[in-house]
Design a protein around this ligand. Structure first.
Ligand SMILES: NC(=O)C1=CN([C@@H]2O[C@H](COP(=O)(O)OP(=O)(O)OC[C@H]3O[C@@H](n4cnc5c(N)ncnc54)[C@H](OP(=O)(O)O)[C@@H]3O)[C@@H](O)[C@H]2O)[C@@H](O)CC1
Ligand SMILES: Nc1ncnc2c1ncn2[C@@H]1O[C@H](COP(=O)(O)OP(=O)(O)OP(=O)(O)O)[C@@H](O)[C@H]1O
Ligand SMILES: [Mg+2]
Length: 298
């Protein structure tokens, strides 16, 4: 654990007067619909709190004013259900360092079809993509969408992992061998990085397996996974920018994923110490700064 933490510290960019706004990360979150506005907000604000300079949300028209009202810090585009959705998101892609696809996306067929085309356009540009929540639903329907794309990280929870495993390997989940199951899924997807969240988080790029057992808390309130995927959006950019020499031969995406898991669990731990059973994801987001300093700036 300590060795892997050091690798995360190695990818954190220094804060200097020589940089301009945007250099430490412009992240886009694709998600947010009538039912779910909290999830894309949690992901996008977490990216900012970890250290991205700009955080965009691409959501449906209806969700946009709600998400804007949560925070003046987010740039919110009400485009995902428009007939020109792919064009409207596509014109921002050249300016984005990473995309987080899925938090609060929902499962509407029109939205998923737009997201499919957005994924294709992002891959063509080589943009790193974190796929979570309903984005993983889409991947379970069409694994070919992400097959072999080495700049993708999937962040399934228990149920999402079983669904993917069934779709890709035809296997019901083997609960006994989580490391083997994650390794196999990653290999079958052509070395896409997979983060299986749970009591311990198991991470693999199809070659190596890391486990994160940082102390979290017993609270299982919704939104913690969104904090993880949003944080990972920034860390993936930082890790790729730092390159494999700073990650000691480990895949940069593996190191970024380990960082996001450790950070999320530490936020949960710190928030729980203050708020106990009433802890919510908003309390965890308030801990991102202190948790980050404690883990990665020592
Ligand atoms: N505030 C917001 O806007 C938030 C919005 N969110 C958004 O919601 C959308 C749907 O996402 P989702 O994760 O709720 O997925 P879904 O497939 O409906 O599965 C839910 C069911 O799966 C089960 N289950 C879950 N974990 C399990 C486990 N470890 N082990 C075993 N079972 C487990 C459990 O089933 P049950 O216990 O009821 O049988 C649970 O009810 C997505 O867009 C997401 O981003 C969330 O991000 C939260 C905050
Ligand atoms: N049993 C557990 N014990 C400790 N930590 C856990 C446990 N299950 C999940 N976590 C942690 O909670 C965070 C979110 O994981 P979870 O499985 O709840 O994601 P999720 O279901 O996608 O969340 P969301 O509600 O945001 O969709 C991860 O950092 C994970 O490490
Ligand atoms: Mg989730």
């Amino acid at each position: 654990m300590e060795d892997a933490l050091q690798l995360v510290r190695n990818i954190v960019p220094p804060l200097t007067a020589k940089k301009h706004k945007g250099q430490d990360g412009r992240v886009g979150v694709v998600g947010g619909c009538r039912e779910y506005t909290g999830a894309p907000y949690f992901a996008a604000i977490s990216a900012l709190k970890v250290g991205a300079d700009l955080s965009h949300v691409f959501c449906t028209q209806e969700a946009a004013p709600v998400i804007k009202a949560y925070s003046p810090e987010l740039i919110v585009h009400p485009v995902l259900d428009s007939p020109d959705a792919v064009h409207d998101v596509g014109k921002w892609l050249p300016r984005l360092h990473a995309l987080v696809v899925g938090p609060g996306l929902g499962r509407d067929d029109v939205l998923l079809s737009n997201v499919k085309d957005i994924l294709e356009a992002s891959k063509a540009r080589g943009i790193p993509i974190v796929i979570d929540a309903d984005g993983l639903w889409l991947i379970a329907q069409q694994p070919a969408l992400i097959q072999g794309y080495q700049k993708a990280v999937l962040t399934p929870n228990h149920v999402e992992f079983s669904r993917l495993s069934e779709a890709v390997l035809g296997d019901p989940l083997d609960g006994q061998d989580r490391r083997g199951a994650v390794l196999r899924l990653s290999q079958a997807l052509g070395n896409v990085t997979v983060v299986q969240k749970g009591e311990r988080d198991v991470i693999s790029d199809g070659k190596q397996v890391l486990e994160c057992s940082q102390e979290g808390s017993g609270r299982r309130c919704g939104g913690q996974g969104d904090l993880l995927s949003g944080s990972l959006g920034v860390l993936v950019h930082w890790a790729l920018q730092a390159g494999p020499e700073r990650t000691d031969g480990f895949s940069p995406l593996l190191v970024a994923a380990f960082g996001a898991c450790t950070l999320t669990r530490q936020c949960s731990h710190q928030a729980f110490q203050k708020h106990g059973r009433s802890t919510t994801t908003t309390d965890m987001i308030a801990e991102v700064g202190p948790a980050f300093s404690r883990l990665f700036e020592t």
